[in-house]
Design a protein around this ligand. Structure first.
Ligand code: FES
Length: 271
């Protein structure tokens, strides 16, 4: 006996083949969404803890500043306040990275890849290819609140500014014990992180459209064509870069936290 059809839309609509089971897939299709849930929740838990920790975010000796607190502009930033300080004190429950956190969160949340990931993993909409979703209706991103996803391009502009600030931090991290130039493991960690952040930011679908969209003839725009080709190559790795950058952000913050809290010493290579 077949199970009752649960909804009259999507794969259960009248024009679709009458398949009463949710999926005919026999593989472990639920593994990727499960891993996504675990990965994203782990990152959110770590990043939230660190954002509100309010300590061990800067190593003054080597100018290592964690990306979670950059740019640091509040009263307690000390030597990390390279971009100036607010003239008033903020309540302690506001994280030092408050200037960038909403934009970084907005950029990631509206990212085309992350949308796919959390729509599947958290809302089961749909949970995987060829697995019917449990929802009765689907209106896409045409109405509130999901229509906000269309603001992704604007978050891309802000993310570019943040990447520039992180680049400044990474260059600044080549600072020696006795002043001047120096290299430590932390300098390399911050540099590696910012390279991956640029790769992720430039591989953005909006960036691809900004560089090559709305053109009728690539032949008349050779420079844009070359940039678009480069961005398109990165774009094919966007999912990978999305995960790598969650890893490098966490690793960078963790390393700075360990050195800043004197749990470990920075491994110095030069000065
Ligand atoms: S599509 Fe992922 S960052 Fe733009």
């Amino acid at each position: 006996m077949s199970a009752p059809v649960r909804a009259q839309s999507g794969v259960f609509s009248s024009t679709r083949a009458k398949i009463s089971v949710r999926t005919l897939r026999t593989d472990r299709w639920w593994v990727p969404p499960l891993l996504t849930v675990v990965g994203l929740l782990a990152f959110i838990a770590y990043a939230t803890t660190r954002a509100f920790w309010d300590a061990a975010f800067f190593v003054p000796e080597y100018h290592y500043l964690t990306p979670f607190y950059s740019p640091c502009v509040t009263q307690g930033c000390g030597d990390a306040a390279d971009f100036g300080m607010l003239p008033f004190e903020l309540p302690p429950f506001i994280p030092k990275g408050f200037l960038v956190l909403p934009f970084l969160l907005g950029f990631r949340l509206t990212c085309y890849y992350y949308r796919k990931a959390y729509y599947r993993a958290f809302w089961a909409s749909p949970p995987a290819c060829a697995v019917a979703e449990p929802h009765a209706k689907y209106s896409g991103e045409t109405r509130f609140p999901l229509i906000i996803q269309n603001s992704h391009r604007y978050f891309f502009y802000f993310a570019t500014i943040v990447s520039l600030i992180n680049t400044y931090d990474a260059i600044n991290a080549f600072h020696g014990k006795d002043g001047g130039f120096g290299i430590g493991l932390g300098s390399l960690v911050l540099l590696g992180n910012v390279i991956m952040l640029w790769a992720y930011t430039l591989s953005c679908h909006s960036c691809r459209h900004i560089t090559g969209g709305r053109l009728k003839h690539f032949s008349k725009h050779p420079v844009r064509y070359r940039i678009w080709t480069f961005v398109s190559k990165l774009n094919t790795r966007h999912m990978l870069l999305a995960w790598i950058t969650l890893g490098t952000l966490t690793l960078t913050d963790f390393y700075v936290m360990l050195v800043a809290s004197n749990t470990i010493s920075d491994l110095r290579i030069f000065n």
